[in-house]
Design a protein around this ligand. Sequence first.
Ligand SMILES: Nc1ncnc2c1ncn2[C@@H]1O[C@H](COP(=O)(O)OP(=O)(O)OP(=O)(O)O)[C@@H](O)[C@H]1O
Ligand SMILES: [K+]
Ligand SMILES: [Mg+2]
Length: 676
Amino acid sequence: MSTSRKKLLTGEMVTNAIKDSFIKLNPVTMMKNPVMFIVEVGTFVVLLMTLFPGYFGTEGSVGFNLTVFVILLFTVLFANFAEALAEGRGKAQADSLKKTKTEISANKVLGSGIKLVPSTELRKGDIVIVSQGEMIPGDGEVIEGLASVDESAITGESAPVIKEAGGDFSSVTGGTRVVSDKIRVRITSDPGESFIDRMIALVEGASRQKTPNEIALNTLLTSLTLIFLIVVVTLAPIARYVEIELSIPVLISLLVCLIPTTIGGLLSAIGIAGMDRVTQFNVLAMSGKAVEAAGDINTMILDKTGTITFGNRMASQFVPVGAHPERLVGEWAAVSSMKDETPEGRSVLELMKKQGLTYDEAMAEGGAFIEFQAETRMSGIDLKDSRKVRKGAVDAVRKWVEAQGGTVPADLGTQGDAIAKEGGTPLAVAVDHEIFGLIYLKDTVKPGMKERFDQLRKMGIKTIMCTGDNPLTAATIAREAGVDDYIAESKPEDKIAVIRREQAEGKLVAMTGDGTNDAPALAQADVGLAMNSGTVAAKEAANMVDLDSDPSKIIEVVAIGKQLLMTRGALTTFSIANDVAKYFAIIPAMFTLAIPQMEALNVMRLGSPLSAILSALIFNAIIIPLLIPLAMRGVAYKPMSSTRLLQRNLFIYGLGGVVVPFIGIKLIDLVVHWWV
Ligand SMILES: Nc1ncnc2c1ncn2[C@@H]1O[C@H](COP(=O)(O)OP(=O)(O)OP(=O)(O)O)[C@@H](O)[C@H]1O
Ligand SMILES: [K+]
Ligand SMILES: [Mg+2]
């Protein structure tokens, strides 16, 4: 998928798009786009008048009518081509994804035995075993074991990822391959509803629905079209009353020039291309609505570890407190981490090794491991000799020790604060009622974060960092990264509370997450971006999934959403401004046709009335393909507030929309008036 993703446009896509432009002429399809449907009807009427001259009263020359027919036909084809081209890349991607969807046989667990069944027979809840070298037969959750999995079929990333039971890295995707070890997987989707199935439907646009914004704009464009239709229809009898004969092809040309064909022709291409830009970025948006919501975001909730910082928080130092020797801090830290599979836990053992320190591994035998929980902010082990060993957030451990009647060394606070002020995370290490010291966990802010948050601020987006870490560390990192606000010591439910609070103020909120405990907040947020590495629950709750599992990508997703909305706004402005300019070419020409004395109205000095009409019509048609690259690429985009953006766009695209047709029509007329 990654290879096809990088290719922009192939000759094959263009050929297919040309073919599709004709297929899309089917009136049933065209009716979904009322503006272009009216043009198609007009094209058909002019065709009839060209084929059967003399049946329809006033109709001008056959040559003129034939020319109008050809230009109108191309107007419709160009609009269809824009849409087909925008769809092309997704279709190509869907094809390459379908190829990865071959039938796989699965080792299904049945009672105490194993039966070989085709993957298509697997249902939700079935248990399968997948060993080294085998393909995972369906989406599921690892319930036993650990394996490295090659997910390049869906993510394009060739480095294998570790999947293991329990925790946030338990979800597996059908069609990916186990490259080492063996896992037991509980299937979580029925046939036809898998991640790859949904991905295919998404990229190929099969499930594409018009977004609320698109529907609103479509209604506006349709209303404008109806108004102009009424104007033009009533114009004919009025003109006849004052004894001006206007032929039907001339009236149809007028109508087509007046109605917003530019945006009408490009509207759906803009939406599809916007979705596609998100996909090229390796983010799957479940709907166009999600992408547009991203463009309107006011508040962004980010977690610290892994989003703003690299997240591989590493133990870098053991700091003793009270009268305890440094060696003991390391030893108890190691004992508390022996079975702690979090990166923090593993890094403690690595630091021991690096410092050449040893500890008694046998101590853990027969003990009960206490897994890290965001709620308790501690982890550790209850030894079989009944001693309890803990490490965790300083204030959590302090409370734990105090609850057992222990005393807290005087320098715990100062030493902890010193680490926090440097942006590090202090973890206190305690055994029963005694605190031995601190583990200094180091994490670094990802480069360029400040600039990105500056950009978000310019767009008028407020950023809030939510972290489980202590207030001092949170403050330091918040300052270093340049977020607007932060919430420290936040439990998972605090995230959803922040989201609700912002939404109650009428704001749209975006957030990222990967854990099952993030799922409610991901669902509550207007834009929820789940990590592909995350749990099934998180991915189902979110409306976007990042295949690269990089939470900071939410920033770019918002930028893409903004760009989509801007592109649509800019081209709408351009289109309507454009039509205004066409009045100046076509209306004087129409009246001069009937009353030559009205030549004074011909401010544009166009060759002849007929060439003026044809030139306006030709301009109206070719502006569509000329704007396809802009519609597909999106307009150039600088972060700034919505009001400034609007002013800037009105200036560039509004003014441009008025000026460009004058020049364009004049140039076309210089050529065309030689023929008519
Ligand atoms: N393996 C661990 N054992 C003991 N305590 C831990 C462990 N990992 C983290 N902690 C402590 O628990 C606190 C809360 O962790 P949590 O994962 O909820 O948030 P965080 O990782 O600090 O922040 P973020 O929400 O930005 O990811 C941490 O700040 C740290 O003090
Ligand atoms: K038009
Ligand atoms: Mg965390």
